[in-house]
Design a protein around this ligand. Structure first.
Ligand SMILES: Nc1nc2c(ncn2[C@@H]2O[C@H](COP(=O)(O)OP(=O)(O)OP(=O)(O)O)[C@@H](O)[C@H]2O)c(=O)[nH]1
Ligand SMILES: [Mg+2]
Length: 405
C-alpha cells in the first residue's frame, strides 16, 4: 500500500481546548497501542490515563475512516506540550511524520473522495466566512463531481461514436450523424461555460471581494477605513499625503469576505515614493469589486458631520453616521457576484477552459479533426474528475494542505 504508517497533530497549533493526534496506516493500531495501551473496538472510544495526559482514544477500522486505512485519533488537552509528546511516542512506536495533506491524499488514493472534494477540504480549512465554508461544503458533498462526471461521460461517448465512425464507411453513417454529435458536444460546452461563469463568484468567496478606498489626500479615507474596521488600524492626520502604501484588512460584511484596502491620496506629486503609492492605488481601483470613491465625483461623501452632500451616501468617521448604509450598499453590490453555489477552483477552471476550447468548433465537418479535438477535451475533463492524474498534480494539490490534514 502506501509507504508506512503516518502520524501528525491534526488540530491547529497553539492554545486550544483539545488537540488531536491522528495516526493512519497498516500499523496504526499497533502504534496506537504502544502509545495509549489497549484500544477500544473500532467505532468506539475510550479514556486512557497516560503519563503525558488524560486522553480520549478513537478507533476507525479500514475502510471506514477518513483515509480509508486503519486510523486512530488520540485527543489530548491542547497547547504545545501534550500533543507533541504523544506524537513523539508515535514516532518511537514506528510511525513517521505525515507530509502536508498526506491524510487527504491517502483518502483520495483509497477512493474516499475525488480531487475536487479533496480541494474543497483545503478551502473548507481556509474558509474565512460562513458563506465561503458553505460553498466548500457543497463541493464536498459531491454535487460538483456529479456535474463534472456527467459532462465527461457526454464528451467521452460522443468521442467514442466519432472514433467508431472513423472505422466504418462514411456512406454507412446516418445522414444526421455529425449534426447529432455536434449538438451533444455543444450542449456539453454550454454546461462548461455555465460553470466557468461561476468562477468569478468563487473567487469572491475564496479570496474576498476587493473594496478600495479612494480619493484625494485628506479626503478622510484612512479615517473611514478605521471606522469600518472598528479599530484604530491606520494612521490618520491632517497632513495631506499621510498614507503612502496600500493597507489591506479583512472584514466580514454580511457574511461576505471583504478585503478592505486603504490607499494613497490621488494627486500630482514629485515625490517618488508617494508616486509609487498612487500608482498602486490606481491599479487597485481598476481591479476593485467596489470603490468607496471619496472624490468630488464619487459615490460616497464623508465628514458629513461638517457638511452634507445630497445624492451621495453620507458618512462620518467621526460620529459613525451612515456606516451601516455604506456597508449595506457594498453588500448589495457584491452579493450578486457571489451567489452561494458550488464554484470551480482555479485548477478546475483552467481545465474546463481547455476542454471548452477544444469543443469550440464542434460544427466542423471534418470527422478526423473533430475526433482529435474531442479526445483532447476528454483528456482535460478526465483530469478534472480525477480519472487521470499525474504525481505532479497530486503533489501540487496536497502540498497546499497543512500537516495533519
Ligand atoms: N470632522 C471630521 N473629520 C474627519 C473625518 N474623517 C477624517 N477627518 C479628518 O480629516 C483629516 C484627514 O483624514 P485622513 O483619514 O488621514 O485622510 P486620508 O484620505 O487618509 O488622507 P491621506 O492619507 O493623506 O490621503 C484628518 O484630520 C481627520 O481627522 C470625519 O468624518 N469628520
Ligand atoms: Mg490616509
Amino acid at each position: 500500500m502506501h509507504d508506512g504508517t503516518i502520524a501528525a497533530i491534526a488540530t491547529a497549533p497553539g492554545r486550544g481546548g483539545v488537540a488531536v493526534v491522528r495516526i493512519s496506516g497498516d500499523d496504526a493500531f499497533e502504534v496506537a497501542e504502544l502509545v495509549a495501551g489497549k484500544l477500544p473496538p473500532p467505532g468506539h472510544f475510550a479514556f486512557r490515563r497516560l503519563d503525558i495526559d488524560d486522553v480520549l482514544v478513537l478507533v476507525f477500522k479500514a475502510p471506514n475512516s477518513y483515509t480509508g486505512e486503519d486510523v486512530v485519533e488520540i485527543q489530548s488537552h491542547g497547547g504545545g506540550v501534550a500533543p507533541r509528546k504523544i506524537l513523539d511516542a508515535c514516532f518511537a512506536a514506528g510511525a513517521r511524520i505525515a507530509r502536508r495533506g498526506e491524510f487527504t491524499e491517502r483518502a483520495f488514493l483509497n477512493g474516499k473522495m475525488d480531487l475536487s472534494e479533496a480541494e474543497s477540504v483545503i478551502e473548507l480549512v481556509d474558509a474565512k466566512t460562513d458563506r465561503a465554508a458553505k460553498d466548500a461544503r457543497e463541493r464536498l458533498s459531491g454535487e460538483t463531481r456529479r456535474t463534472y462526471n456527467d459532462i465527461y461521460r457526454e464528451v467521452l461517448e460522443a468521442g467514442a461514436d466519432l472514433e467508431h465512425s472513423l472505422d466504418v464507411d462514411e456512406t454507412d453513417l446516418p445522414p444526421d450523424f455529425l449534426a447529432k454529435i455536434s449538438a451533444r458536444l455543444t450542449a456539453a460546452k454550454k454546461r462548461i461555460y455555465t460553470i466557468l461563469a461561476r468562477s468569478h463568484e468563487g473567487r469572491i468567496l475564496r479570496e474576498g471581494a476587493l473594496v478600495v478606498l479612494a480619493g484625494e489626500p485628506n479626503a478622510g479615507k484612512s479615517s473611514l477605513m478605521n471606522a469600518l474596521l472598528g479599530a484604530n488600524r491606520v494612521i490618520v492626520s491632517d497632513i495631506p499625503g499621510t498614507t503612502r502604501d496600500s493597507i489591506e484588512e479583512y472584514l466580514d460584511l454580511g457574511g461576505y469576505p471583504v478585503r478592505l484596502v486603504d490607499t494613497a491620496g490621488l494627486r500630482d506629486t514629485a515625490d517618488a515614493v508617494e508616486g509609487e503609492g498612487i500608482r498602486r492605488a490606481r491599479e487597485l481601483i481598476d481591479k476593485a469589486d467596489y470603490v468607496i470613491d471619496l472624490s468630488p465625483s464619487g459615490n460616497v461623501h464623508t465628514k458629513c458631520d461638517l457638511e452634507r452632500e445630497p445624492g451621495k451616501i453620507n458618512v462620518s468617521a467621526k460620529t459613525g453616521e451612515g456606516l451601516d448604509e455604506l456597508k449595506a450598499d457594498i453588500v448589495r453590490a457584491i452579493s450578486p457576484l457571489a451567489v452561494a453555489e458550488p464554484t470551480p477552483s482555479e485548477r478546475e477552471s483552467s481545465l474546463l477552459s481547455a476542454a471548452a476550447k477544444y469543443l469550440e468548433d464542434t460544427d466542423k465537418s471534418d470527422i478526423v479533426l473533430l475526433a482529435g479535438n474531442v479526445r483532447q477535451a476528454g483528456q482535460a475533463l478526465a483530469q478534472l474528475t480525477g480519472e487521470v492524474y499525474s504525481d505532479d498534480l497530486l503533489s501540487s494539490i496536497f502540498s497546499r494542505f497543512c500537516v495533519g490534514k
